[in-house]
Design a protein around this ligand. Structure first.
Ligand SMILES: Cc1ncc(COP(=O)(O)O)c(C=O)c1O
Length: 403
């Protein structure tokens, strides 16, 4: 069930205030923390009372795969923070992405996807959509491509939707959201944006003209590395469609417990994103000066090709950065020498994590394919956590000196 802000027309408030109070549910005991509705189903005093909820005559919940108050409050809060009218939650980011792509595919027109995308999204397109006969066109949407030649051509040929991610995982490429949204609007094509890396604290694609936003709430929204979750946000009309068809029928339903934890995580989102950004910015500058490092991909660095656009569309550069070594050997030696930063996939947690896409997330692709996606063999992706900056610097410095 899609959800709107439970507080109705609350006065306009700052981001942090909304993040802390915007997920509150009405509670007869006036508990400071919203109750957790850990239930699979709901009961009614009569068959007629249930009928009035099923017919939409009265608001209410029938079964938690179709709607749950705690899950709805979380989706509504993310919608509010993104500047969207409504949101719908999923059991994971991939659940949200699958629902949005299936929704867009209903047009039966080709989907346009960015070449620089999270591997799970790429796999969904190649392993789920393509075998169903849904044509997908991959284009370069990076800001550096300027005139968007292939993108304009793909739009001209007819499209049912565009899907992109900025900054992209793990190449940290930037898409100019207002330029891409303007082209989409010209052709009447909906634009969906994966906003997982920046989180709503640093970037709001709907305000730049996107139609839909998706998140892996597993990352910064949850913020503590202890759950999986996803959210899609957009207009009330579009979200109602996804929430009544794709969400309950795909069955990737978020547990109320995880929704409650995500609500808790979001309360400190702005503070955490600021601290992630501070540490990542300082580390990116440090890496830039190292002779063993051939490239540092971080939108906060003036040397990043998308820096100007990132400055325009992001409120901070975030906690993700990629460092490129001269090949896989030094990249792996660097990672193995780390002690504070742990080796692992996922991101957005208080604990810093290092990932080597060529042998981990992108191991299923050939070296040539990875190169095309902007993922060279020597690239190490770092999710810069919230440990003491001195410990992070000490760890990186020691690992670099061991090469
Ligand atoms: C950018 C991005 N989008 C989506 C996902 C998928 O999220 P989940 O693992 O919650 O399904 C991930 C996971 O790493 C991601 O990095």
């Amino acid at each position: 069930m899609e959800s709107k802000d439970p507080r109705g027309d609350a006065p306009s408030e700052g981001f942090e205030t909304q993040a802390i109070h915007g997920g509150d549910l009405d509670d007869p005991f006036r508990a400071l923390t919203s109750p957790l509705y850990m239930t699979s189903t709901y009961t009614f005093p009569s068959v007629e009372a249930m009928g009035s909820v099923l017919s939409g005559e009265r608001e209410g919940f029938v079964y938690s795969r179709a709607g749950n108050p705690t899950v709805g409050a979380m989706a509504a809060l993310v919608a509010r923070l993104e500047g969207g009218e409504a949101g719908v939650a999923f059991a994971s980011g991939m659940g949200a992405i699958a629902a949005v792509l299936f929704y867009l595919a209903k047009s039966r027109l080709p989907l346009i996807v960015s070449r620089h995308l999270y591997t799970g999204t790429r796999h969904f397109v190649s392993e789920m959509l393509a075998p169903l006969g849904i044509p997908v066109k991959e284009v370069d949407l990076r800001s550096t491509e300027g005139n968007f030649g292939e993108f304009r051509e793909a739009l001209r040929a007819g499209a049912g939707g565009v899907f992109c991610e900025t900054p992209s995982n793990p190449s940290l490429d930037i898409v100019d959201l207002s330029a891409v949204a303007a082209l989409c609007a010209e052709w009447g094509v909906p634009l969906a944006v994966d906003n997982t890396f920046p989180s709503p604290a640093l970037q709001n694609p709907l305000r730049q003209g996107a139609t839909l936003v998706v998140h892996s709430a597993t990352k910064y929204l949850g913020g503590h590395g202890d759950l999986l979750g996803g959210v899609a946000v957009g207009s009330a009309e579009v979200i109602r469609k996804i929430a009544t068809v794709e969400a309950p029928l795909l069955g990737a339903t978020l547990s109320p417990m995880n929704a409650w934890l995500i609500l808790r995580g979001i309360k400190t989102l702005a503070l955490r994103m600021e601290a992630h950004t501070l540490r990542a910015t300082a580390l990116a500058r440090f890496f830039k000066e190292q002779s063993a490092v051939v490239d540092v991909r971080y939108p906060g660095l003036a040397s990043h090709p998308g820096h100007e656009i990132a400055l325009r569309q992001m409120k901070g550069s975030g906690g993700m950065l990629s460092v490129v070594f001269e090949g896989a050997k030094p990249a792996l030696s660097f990672m193995n020498a780390l002690r504070v930063i742990r080796i692992g996939v996922s991101l957005g947690d208080p604990a810093s994590l290092a990932e080597h896409p060529a042998t981990m997330s992108h191991r299923g692709y050939s070296a040539r394919e990875r190169e095309r996606m902007g993922v060279p063999e020597g690239l190490v992706r770092l999710s810069v956590g919230l440990e003491s900056p001195d410990d992070l610097f000490g760890d990186v410095d020691r690992a670099l000196r061991s090469l």
